[in-house]
Write a protein that binds this ligand. Sequence first.
Ligand code: HEM
Length: 425
Amino acid sequence: MRPYLLMAVLYLSLAAVTALAAALQIIDVIPFFSGLRWLRVHIITLGGLTQLAFGVLPTLAARRHGEGQPRTRWDIWLTLNLGLLILMIGIPLVNNVLIITGGSLVFTAAGLLVYDLVRLWRSQPARPIQQVDEQPEVRPFYVAAVSFLLVGILAGTGLWFGWGPALGIAAPIEVHVHSNLWGFTALLLAGLITQLYPALTGTSVAWKKLVAPSFWGMAIGATGLVAGPWMEVNALTVGGLVAHSLATAALLANWATPIKRKLTPKSPGLLHILLAYVWFFFPVVVAPLIVFRMGETANEISGSGGPILIYGWILPILYALLPYFLQRWLRPDQPAKAGGTWASLLLIQAGSIVFWVSLFVTTGQSTLRAAAYGLWLASLVPVLYQLWGSLKRLAEESEGSPVITSAPKQRDRENVDLKKQVLNE
Ligand code: HEM
């Protein structure tokens, strides 16, 4: 888990650089350079999110199975990161050899991860399953998520090589985006938030029995969203979007209800997670316009609306989860909480609102978009400060200057909380 978390922090730091570059490019302070658009999206998705997935899924799936921490698969880590670095050079240069090599390495790493997760799932549990069975089953979310990632990588790597027509894909870019966002990202985040919910909030989701139907709704919906543009059948896309959205709304109600009933206090981390879903539902509101090609606004949204999903939905959830896992790694003997601050919450939401407004206006669009990237960049600062602060403390400790973290009595209390947290996960 650790090497992946370090890489995720590194890529999140690079996300700040690409947000700054985007803001400066929009207002013509720096010239256009090829590949920034790709980097801006994939530093967060392939860099931050995928590293997090590869780092935590084996551990969480093993814990759900009653097993201890699995050993780090350095072969998978190397394959994924080598592939990613090669893509980060190859895609901006549009170099075929580098793109195929990078895409194949990332595909291989994802294939090995699916294999590991399935193997773990099918093996005998290490301890009687009743002990870990109190929480809803989330492993199907993980296996389905990484399987959609495989389809997404296949379509993404082939975008320049005509694999689309060869595989009978009518709209390869849509297949790539739908498979990665509604398939991989949505299922991954749904599984993670559901599994971590008791540890993050101290209470369980409102209706445990609703988790399994939500999984099926999301998985079937994502399949429709991939099959629709693949076979050029709009009914499948729309049906998929409806099923996926209803299932996600059910899951969201499952997470939000205990907070609404004040069973757990509101924190910036939890609000980062819940408000992110306002922006996730953004395409649902505009999808009918896009599918039926209604007017200028719809074209503008389908062409430029992508950043809302990346910065409005995925990034704030990373703000909440990445510091959580980092705390669990750095201080395994203390309870951890979701990351993010009130400042990061305010700034990231302001950025998304300003970007949203920019999609509907004709004058001042560039200024608004540059301001949105500026606000998103500013929201990264407190989170990166938290993350780098944690890593700095780790470095200080490993260099021999012990850091005193809590008084003995408080530590005893924390140990009780920690036991609860680990059992909850
Ligand atoms: C090996 C892995 C991947 C490759 C080779 C790849 C490749 C590409 C390419 C070539 C584009 C088109 C860029 C453009 O039109 O400017 C694209 C767009 C996109 N990809 Fe990926 N991708 C990969 C993984 C992912 C993942 C894991 C995600 C999300 C979790 C993702 C999300 C997106 C999105 C949202 C877009 C649309 C960007 C926009 O509208 O500007 N990709 N990808």
